[in-house]
Write a protein that binds this ligand. Structure first.
Ligand SMILES: Cc1cc2nc3c(=O)[nH]c(=O)nc-3n(C[C@H](O)[C@H](O)[C@H](O)COP(=O)(O)O)c2cc1C
Length: 380
């Protein structure tokens, strides 16, 4: 199926699956253990119904959303994704440029395959930075200082990786550091010549921000230790709040009490996220915990939501349940995998078209005005 016939994000996902060797596709597509959380995320969205209101003039639809002093053209941005160039060569830059063009935020991951400086340049003022707190304080400080020098206005620190997620697909695929060309991998490369040639041209992807540090890594455990620490606590967050002069968000919040503590510490917002179901299989879907969190925060700080968004209407559902803004991770990534820059644009166009049509159907002329009143009342 050609790109122009892809009608949904799922169509793009299936197209990406046909073009990418399995070990690289699974790296992005997979979730933790049984993948229950991954499935629960999207299923929970589908369970939320909003009731359309008719005979309102919806000839003009305003999808803009204001956040941290900027007005974005759409109510969502690109979530941080590590090592995405392994999925499709140059994916990071393709998405950073797309976000600039569409005037939405692009979040550069600490673990991106492109340096934070290059991504800040490509996103031209629409870039935010995502921080992993390392076990080595000097590593964390160096990233924060670099993000500051690159003039990122917003930094989000990821809280939901006290331990690396256990992803069974990656274990089965024998993903290792340094990368090993097993006979199975060689067969997958031969079966996907477009990906293999493009990857050959662009060179082996790495975690660019830590390239020097990781040169000596001989195991996945080494990489994990450089990137994350089980010792990340509220005291670290307080120190980061003092250190970072820009807006500070905490990503990976699932409990109302944690959300309130982030507000008490002086953070500017939270991202209600379960890492797209990649960390734990037993956790809740983000939309299921969102109303409690929104009630507890009562408007004190901004709420962004991600994990499981696959349809334009999901942005409206998240807004009706209490979020101000959303992130898409895999939805846009699948677009890149399905067709490089053109595929990323296709994914963006699908989400946009779906959102605008859904807002018209709902009777909502402005995204900002969507609130709990749109939810279908419970039947008694
Ligand atoms: C392959 C992959 C890598 C990711 N890497 C990071 C990362 O480096 N930092 C981070 O905070 N979140 C990371 N995430 C989580 C995303 O930022 C986001 O929370 C998630 O993708 C949202 O779910 P969705 O993919 O269903 O939209 C990653 C997600 C995927 C799929």
């Amino acid at each position: 199926m050609g790109l122009d016939r892809a009608a949904s994000i799922e169509d793009l996902r299936l197209r990406a699956r046909r073009r990418i060797p399995r070990f690289a596709f699974d790296l992005v597509d997979g979730g933790a253990e049984s993948e229950h959380n991954l499935r629960r995320n999207s299923a929970a969205f589908e369970e939320i119904s909003l009731t359309p209101r008719y005979m309102r003039d919806v000839a003009r639809i305003d999808t803009r959303a204001g956040l941290f002093g900027q007005t974005f053209d759409l109510p969502f941005g690109m979530a941080p994704i590590g090592m995405l160039n392994a999925f499709w060569p140059d994916a990071d830059l393709i998405l950073a440029r797309l976000c600039k063009r569409e005037n939405i935020p692009y979040v550069a991951s600490s673990a991106a395959s492109t340096t934070l400086e290059r991504l800040a340049e490509a996103a031209e003022g629409n870039g935010w930075f995502q921080l992993y707190v390392s076990g080595d304080e000097a590593v964390t400080e160096s990233l924060v200082a670099r993000a500051e020098a690159a003039q990122y206005p917003v930094m989000m620190v990821t809280a939901d990786v006290p331990a690396a997620g256990k992803r069974d697909r990656d274990i089965r695929n024998q993903l290792s550091v340094p990368f090993r060309f097993t006979p199975e991998v060689l067969v997958q490369l031969a079966l996907n010549p477009v990906w293999s040639l493009a990857s050959l041209q662009h060179g082996k992807p790495n975690i660019a921000n830590y390239a020097d540090l990781l040169q000596s890594a001989t195991s996945y455990a080494d990489v994990q230790k450089t990137l994350i620490t089980p010792g990340f606590t509220w005291e670290h967050l307080e120190r980061l709040r003092d250190r970072w002069k820009g807006r500070l968000l905490v990503k990976g919040i699932l409990h109302a009490d944690d959300a309130v503590r982030c507000a008490d510490i002086g953070c500017d917002g939270i991202v209600v996220s379960n890492h797209g179901g990649r960390q734990v299989a037993f956790g809740p879907a983000t939309v299921d915990v969102l109303p409690d969190i929104a009630a507890a925060l009562d408007g004190r700080i901004r709420i962004i939501l991600d994990s499981g968004i696959r349809r334009g209407a999901d942005f409206m559902r998240a807004k009706a349940l209490g979020a101000d803004f959303a992130f898409s991770g895999r939805a846009l990534a699948y677009g890149v995998g399905a067709g490089g820059a053109a595929g990323a644009q296709r994914a963006m166009d699908i989400l946009k078209l779906e959102l605008v049509r859904a807002m018209g159907q709902l009777g909502a002329t402005s995204f900002d005005a969507i609130d709990a009143a749109a939810r279908t009342p419970p039947t008694t």
